[in-house]
Design a protein around this ligand. Sequence first.
Ligand SMILES: CC(C)(COP(=O)(O)OP(=O)(O)OC[C@H]1O[C@@H](n2cnc3c(N)ncnc32)[C@H](O)[C@@H]1OP(=O)(O)O)[C@@H](O)C(=O)NCCC(=O)NCCS
Length: 189
Amino acid sequence: MYYEPIQVKLKNDVDAEITDIKPEYQNDMISNYFTVFDEIERGKSKYGSDVGILLSYTKESYEEEVAWFNKKLQKIENDEQIARVAVVAGHPVGLVDIRKGGLGRRHMGEIGIFIRKDYRGMGVGKALMEDVLKLAKGWVKIAVLSVFEENKAAYNLYKKLGFEEYGRLEDAIELRNKKITEIWMYKRL
Ligand SMILES: CC(C)(COP(=O)(O)OP(=O)(O)OC[C@H]1O[C@@H](n2cnc3c(N)ncnc32)[C@H](O)[C@@H]1OP(=O)(O)O)[C@@H](O)C(=O)NCCC(=O)NCCS
């Protein structure tokens, strides 16, 4: 499915385009993902749970990431997910996706979002979330997502967009010697 690109102005007056994933974004998107590992290594906490996504213990190979990218394009083509990127000066700096549930949950979509560290706090996350929620209206009836308790930026963003908590599980995640409380949130579209 093809969705129209939209233009947005970020908080620092920089122009960004919110658009579908294109094959030529492959290397930038892989490099964006790899930056998270550097973030965790440089971060204060060993786990870096403020980054808010579950990462494997070792970096995947470039080839594995190419396979991930191609699979993603296929899932979009098959209408299994909607994925949009924020492009600044020709380079994607953030990704949001919403993935349709399985049997009995085809009316639910699970959202994931990631913005490159150097582009956070500028309104990219909000613009991507608003865009994907708009596109997903009619495609699924309920949007769901999960957020780590200490990921205040993400939690605040979701609350601001009307997501409500429907579950909170202490120690839901144990990774890198750290226990994390996970919060589940939903929004009816
Ligand atoms: C969470 C994330 C998607 C937010 O995107 P962003 O582009 O940085 O956020 P925005 O600039 O659009 O801010 C939108 C709102 O989020 C909240 N927010 C953003 N950064 C924040 C921070 N550092 N502290 C508290 N709230 C914050 C605010 O409510 C903000 O609204 P405001 O600007 O009116 O105050 C981004 O920080 C990110 O990709 N983090 C790493 C990956 C991740 O955690 N993904 C989410 C997994 S659940």
